[in-house]
Design a protein around this ligand. Structure first.
Ligand code: SF4
Ligand code: SF4
Length: 138
């Protein structure tokens, strides 16, 4: 069994489809919705932990994509803008997983490791320069 954290992006005409229910019923997947948002333009964003066999996950994601849903396993909710990052280090003690860390102690250059990010969003209010942002928080 594998668990993957995935970002689902539903365009307006796909938000009413019970995609998650079908993933459970027809593809033997467990789904745990971690974050959800529908914009005023009726686009839907879900961060979901999907658990199942690799084959069932692949089939389930093919099904979702066939409905026009974008499934993204790299970018999730959090964006880090390297150009805005001053290397102040304020976020580091607020990031529970070390996704934001010092890459080079000599220059104090910061890096963001997407795979480690658990979307806690702690870094957003703790970045004085607006380098961290999320589709789930204005
Ligand atoms: S959202 Fe949380 S885990 Fe991800 S980079 Fe920010 S503080 Fe770290
Ligand atoms: S708080 Fe913001 S500007 Fe400071 S190191 Fe973290 S991401 Fe960069």
């Amino acid at each position: 069994m594998t668990t993957k954290r995935l970002l689902f992006i539903f365009q307006k005409n796909a938000t009413e489809k019970p995609v998650m229910s079908y993933l459970v019923r027809d593809y033997n997947l467990e789904v745990n919705i971690y974050r959800a948002m529908i914009t005023p333009a009726e686009e839907g964003y879900l961060v979901v932990d999907v658990t199942g066999s690799d084959e069932d996950i692949r089939r389930g994601m093919d099904y979702a994509k066939g409905l026009g849903v974008t499934v993204n396993d790299r970018e999730k909710g959090l964006s880090w803008n390297e150009e805005l990052c001053t290397g102040c280090g304020n976020c580091l003690s607020h990031c529970p997983t070390g996704a934001l860390k010092i890459a080079d102690p000599a220059t104090r250059r910061i890096t963001f490791e997407e795979q480690l990010c658990v979307e806690c969003l702690n870094c957003i209010p703790n970045c004085p320069y607006g380098a961290c942002s999320s589709i789930f928080r204005e």
